[in-house]
Design a protein around this ligand. Structure first.
Ligand SMILES: [Zn+2]
Ligand SMILES: [Zn+2]
Length: 308
């Protein structure tokens, strides 16, 4: 028997980067401590906040909802889980069941919105039109734009002051590296643990409480805490570039444990030194849909017009 490095009970998992073998209880404690650290360092939530939580039925958002369920009791904020139905036959229907189960377990009411109702098209129909018309966009690119828009609208609908999303440390490290590899310096300015300011009227501030938790740890947290989650991958998820960066980071992490955190920490240090974005209350509204946008017509509306 391998014993827990903290309490000497039987260990159920090993974290190489920290050189720790842990039992379920000590691992849960460590996972939640990292979320508390994000809360402290980035001032994610305040007492009285109404927090919309984007959930999908997958492991990251299941871990997110549960950890915020516990944190909310301490800090004093309310949770409103929301789910975006992209309209992907055979995939979304299945994962929705897991999201519903989790909400039921926690006694939370789930609000569902869909691309169909908010953008006039399901993801399946958009992909069909793209192929018929030979349009150049990538599935994950389009879906990312529509998901952000839908989550923001749903968060507003449920009266949220914050929107929490399940991006973990792996996601953040991947995005940072992708920005480097693309030479996208502006990407660094836009991207962060907290996006937007509370002064923007139509944009609900978006926060990433799992920034210090690895993808693997989110899955372990779900298993150890008996949270229902769906394992299937989206049938359109073939964003080649992110996949390559992900494989590369996983390979480096295996040989040099702690590398993902180093990418993350470097990014946070650089970010700290960048000038803060100027708060601009009026500018930045899409002339078509009226939503928050840095361009005259937002990416969502440009994409939707190309389908007509
Ligand atoms: Zn222990
Ligand atoms: Zn627009």
């Amino acid at each position: 028997m391998i014993s827990c490095s903290k309490c000497k009970r039987e260990a159920v998992l090993r974290l190489d980067y920290a050189n720790l073998d842990l039992c379920g209880r000590c691992f849960t404690h460590l996972f939640e401590k990292k979320v508390a650290r994000a809360q402290r360092e980035f001032k994610l939530f305040e007492r009285g906040d109404v927090v919309a939580v984007g959930i999908s039925g997958g492991k990251d958002s299941a871990a997110l909802l549960y950890v915020l369920f516990k944190l909310g009791k301490k800090v004093g904020f309310e949770l409103r889980p929301i789910l975006v139905d992209e309209g992907i036959a055979g995939y979304r229907d299945e994962s929705t069941k897991y999201a519903e189960q989790l909400c039921e377990k926690l006694g939370l009411q789930l609000t569902t919105v869909s691309y169909q109702e908010l953008a006039g098209h399901s993801m399946d129909s958009i992909m069909k039109i793209r192929d018929d018309k030979n349009l150049g966009f990538r599935s994950c690119g389009v879906c990312g734009v529509l998901r952000k828009d839908s989550l923001n609208k749903a968060a507003r609908m449920v009266g949220a002051s914050k929107l929490a999303v399940g991006h973990n440390a792996d996601d953040v490290a991947q995005t940072v590296l992708m920005n480097f590899l693309r030479g996208d310096a502006e990407g660094f300015e836009r991207f962060g643990v907290v996006s937007g300011t509370s002064a923007q009227e139509k944009f609900v501030q978006r926060v990433k409480p799992l920034v210090y938790n690895l993808e693997k740890e989110c899955a372990l947290y779900c298993v150890v805490n008996d949270l229902p989650f769906h394992l299937a991958e989206c049938p359109y998820s073939a964003e080649a570039f992110r996949g390559q960066v992900k494989d590369f980071l996983n390979d480096v992490e295996k040989r040099h444990p702690g590398s993902k955190f180093n990418v993350l920490q470097s990014f946070l240090k650089i970010k700290e030194k960048l000038p803060k974005p100027v708060e601009n209350h009026q500018a930045g509204t899409c002339t078509v849909c009226g939503e928050h946008s840095s361009a005259a017509i937002c990416r969502r509306c440009v994409m939707l017009e190309s389908l007509v």
